[in-house]
Design a protein around this ligand. Structure first.
Ligand SMILES: *[C@@H]1O[C@H](CO)[C@@H](O)[C@H](O)[C@H]1NC(C)=O
Ligand SMILES: *[C@@H]1O[C@H](CO)[C@@H](O)[C@H](O)[C@H]1NC(C)=O
Ligand SMILES: *[C@@H]1O[C@H](CO)[C@@H](O)[C@H](O)[C@H]1NC(C)=O
Length: 366
């Protein structure tokens, strides 16, 4: 993930603004009236909202911080607890063996013509990938992404993080970017604890074939690579957390807890770098979680494109900085794929990727 200019957290409504100090004589009257109103609001709002008597978006005053800003402004986010909503979405989307496909989305990537549109289009033009859309849950990190999701997809889940606004474009490794990455790790642990296995995919990965038949039968935690050295068991591979397949087991749940907790020992680092630290940790070895690295031949990217279009499952716009470059190369991948599919069998071996193209201008990671 990467994009320009992080934004400062934004509040949906400023609390207590109405009761600000007032130098004028009429102030006492006004203050009293405001106090009464705020008191009523604090009692009445949660009750009304709880009983669904009023649409949550109807209020502009935040009542005592008891209701998250999302719920106040978000007409479309329903009011059940996160746990109930999550269970409902996961069970509706699950495929055989309680497995779901998950991606996380924020405003910048959800805009029309941006990353999410290319992502969904790839499923429609891939080989037997269209039906996988029934099992894809788009996890939105802000209101705008959630609203867009509901327009274009069946399974949407709004992941609320109090006090953090993930809607802006996130520069790789800014504070907002890191928070977003770590929230994702914690969320995935939650999914595993609910008994669901998952294929997590960044939205800047295009899908052309079903990856499921290509996962290792003996891997609990399988992860794609920026660079793959040919040995799926070698911890020296360079993993990329943008694509993982994780089975829900006691070991993987503990592994995710350990991973998330390890961020505190490595401040300022993102999940992927911390993974590189903990993958050799004695705790992880003892835990016995079976880690496997996926080949870039099947799960390729701009760092190391898959070399055989007759076998490729996914392609990641990694090793690419800048949203417009990313979108441009992702679109080029769709074009390459369409061309490949249009060729007669005998000519299919003759073509390969035209990417990295715009992304080749910068050789930075992700
Ligand atoms: C189904 O999921 C369980 C629990 O994650 C796992 O142990 C098992 O290997 C899975 N079966 C298949 C066929 O993938
Ligand atoms: C690409 O994959 C196809 C299908 O598995 C195979 O027949 C072909 O030999 C491969 N081509 C190369 C160059 O490895
Ligand atoms: C991609 O590269 C082409 C040719 O260099 C250029 O015209 C185009 O504007 C670039 N697009 C983006 C999004 O950078």
């Amino acid at each position: 993930m990467a994009a320009p200019a992080a934004q400062a957290p934004k509040r949906a409504a400023s609390e207590g603004g109405a009761a600000a100090p007032d130098q004028h004589g009429a102030g006492t009257e006004v203050r009293r009236a405001v106090k009464v109103l705020l008191f009523m609001a604090a009692i009445a709002l949660p009750w009304l909202v709880l009983h669904r008597a009023v649409a949550p978006g109807a209020f502009l005053v935040r009542a005592g911080g008891a209701i998250s800003p999302w719920r106040l402004t978000g007409n479309d986010v329903d009011l059940d607890s996160e746990d109930v909503r999550l269970e409902r979405v996961l069970s509706a989307a699950a495929m055989a063996n309680n497995t779901v496909i998950l991606t996380t989305l924020n405003k910048a990537w959800s805009e029309p013509g941006s990353v999410v549109d290319v992502f969904l289009e790839s499923f429609r033009i891939g080989e037997s990938t269209r039906e996988l859309l029934d099992h894809l849950v788009i996890v939105s990190l802000d209101m705008a992404a959630h609203a867009r999701c509901k327009q274009i997809h069946r399974h949407c889940f709004a992941l609320v993080t109090d006090g953090v606004d993930f809607s802006g474009q996130k520069n790789f490794m800014t504070d907002g970017y890191l928070k977003m990455m770590w929230r994702r790790i914690d969320f995935l642990r939650q999914v595993l604890e609910k008994g669901y296995s998952f294929i997590f995919t960044d939205t800047d990965i295009v899908w052309f074939r079903n990856p499921v038949p290509h996962f290792y039968p003996d891997g609990d935690f399988q992860i794609a690579c920026d660079r793959f050295n040919g040995n799926p068991d070698d911890l020296g591979n360079y993993p990329n957390g943008g694509f993982t397949y994780v089975r829900s087991t006691m070991e993987t749940i503990e592994f995710y807890k350990f991973w998330y907790a390890a961020r505190e020992n490595h401040p300022g680092m993102h999940d992927q770098d911390v993974l590189n630290f903990i993958k050799r940790d004695p705790f992880v070895t003892e835990l016995g979680v079976r880690i496997k690295f996926l080949s870039t031949e099947l799960f390729g990217g701009l760092c190391e494109p898959s070399r055989n279009m007759s076998r490729v499952c996914t392609m990641h716009a990694n090793c690419c900085v800048g949203l417009s470059r990313k979108v441009s190369d992702l679109n080029a991948m769709l074009q390459d794929w369409r061309f490949f599919m249009s060729l007669p069998l005998k000519d299919k071996q003759t073509v390969s990727w035209s990417v990295p193209y715009n992304c080749s201008l910068q050789k930075l990671e992700r």
